[in-house]
Write a protein that binds this ligand. Structure first.
Ligand SMILES: [Zn+2]
Length: 350
């Protein structure tokens, strides 16, 4: 990216009402067979166009072809039985009925390659593609085969690497791994979580990102946040090791969250996708609010490494709200871009 402060989103965007029930996570498809295939493509086109008209610089598929950011990927793997459901606690937070790992996991065919090629054909802008991270995948399953979170995560890392290499070959500029589980299981993150991430990006030449957040704006996450106190220092536990890793970009939740901005100092040198849009409420930020979050982040992130972004995915929001938030993100970034240009001589050069 040559442009200073290139904007992007963390991942998902709302789906059109004719494809899936709006403002709902995991909502069922309303179409079937060929109609569903074509419908997903049309939704991807619409989602891309909304990002473009909102002035987003690094665009994505808005995750229009997936029901859920983790399970859709896992559905394409061998070794996981979606008929055998077990109730487990996800991220130590809420009960969910999840599929069972019953044998060795493998990826018989590419999962998102066709979708990524389709997105690549639609635009010359840089594109970002999100995949679930190995630890978050493990945390969404009942494992009756490996009986070791680490072993299973290492297998997933290999599979993700195969997928990521193909996405890169299809022209994806940034591959992002979503690891909300990094905000919960600190010892495991440091023992093997970041190691698995390194395995997943092994041999890639495109930019790589990890997204660590406090989750969608759903009730279980909002309730959890209430228990975290006035300062959220979860990032502090994993940043030192992440700073040493080969990951290029770290995508974080910042606006309206209680994360102390100075924690960004711990990943100095990395590019940072700074969440300047709250996805957990319907209030649309003003451009000035976005600008203020970005200015705060600039105290710890060099201007050429700051990527204005959303805190998390926006799938559960109403479309007008998500569109308003995208526009606010662009407008806020534009304010700070102008300020940086005006102060060019004052900006510390790196
Ligand atoms: Zn997120």
């Amino acid at each position: 990216m040559n442009r200073l402060l290139p904007t992007s989103t963390a991942g998902s965007l709302p789906k059109p009402f004719w494809l899936a029930e709006p403002e709902t996570l995991w909502s069922e498809w309303k179409l079937h067979g060929n109609e569903l295939i074509n419908g997903k493509r049309d939704a991807l086109r619409v989602s891309l166009q909304e990002q473009q008209t909102s002035g987003i610089d690094i665009v994505s598929d808005g995750e229009q072809t997936r029901k859920h950011f983790v399970t859709t990927f896992i559905e394409h793997l061998r070794g996981v039985d979606f008929e055998q459901l077990k109730t487990i606690k996800i991220r130590d937070r809420y009960d969910a009925s999840v599929p069972t790992v019953t044998g060795p996991v493998s990826r018989p065919d590419p999962v998102f390659l066709v979708d990524a090629k389709f997105l690549r054909q639609q635009t010359n802008q840089p594109i970002k593609w999100a995949l679930p991270g190995p630890m978050t995948m493990v945390d969404t399953l009942y494992d009756d085969h490996y009986k070791s979170r680490e072993k299973l995560a290492r297998k997933f890392a290999q599979i993700l690497n195969q997928e990521a290499r193909e996405l890169e070959a299809a022209g994806v500029d940034i591959i992002q791994f979503d690891e909300p589980a990094f905000n919960v299981f600190f010892d495991e993150v440091n023992d093997w979580g970041i190691d698995c991430l390194e395995r997943a990006i092994d041999g890639l030449n495109c930019q790589t990102a990890v997204h660590i957040c406090y989750g969608y704006g759903i009730k279980a996450n909002k309730d959890w946040k209430k228990t975290l106190g006035s300062k959220w220092c979860q990032y502090e536990e994993v940043f030192p090791k992440l700073q040493q890793s080969n990951i290029d970009i770290v995508s974080l939740e910042c606006h309206n969250s209680r994360v102390p901005m100075e924690l960004l100092e711990l990943i100095r040198g990395k590019k940072v996708m700074v969440g300047a849009i709250d996805v957990a409420n319907n209030e649309i930020e003003t451009p000035e609010e976005v600008a203020e979050t970005l200015r705060n982040a600039l105290r710890y992130v060099d201007p050429d490494k700051l990527y204005p972004c959303t805190n998390c995915g926006m799938a559960p929001l109403a479309r007008e709200v998500a569109r308003g938030k995208l526009q606010a993100l662009s407008a806020g970034a534009a304010i700070v871009r102008e300020e940086l240009a005006a102060n060019l001589g004052l900006v510390p050069q790196t």
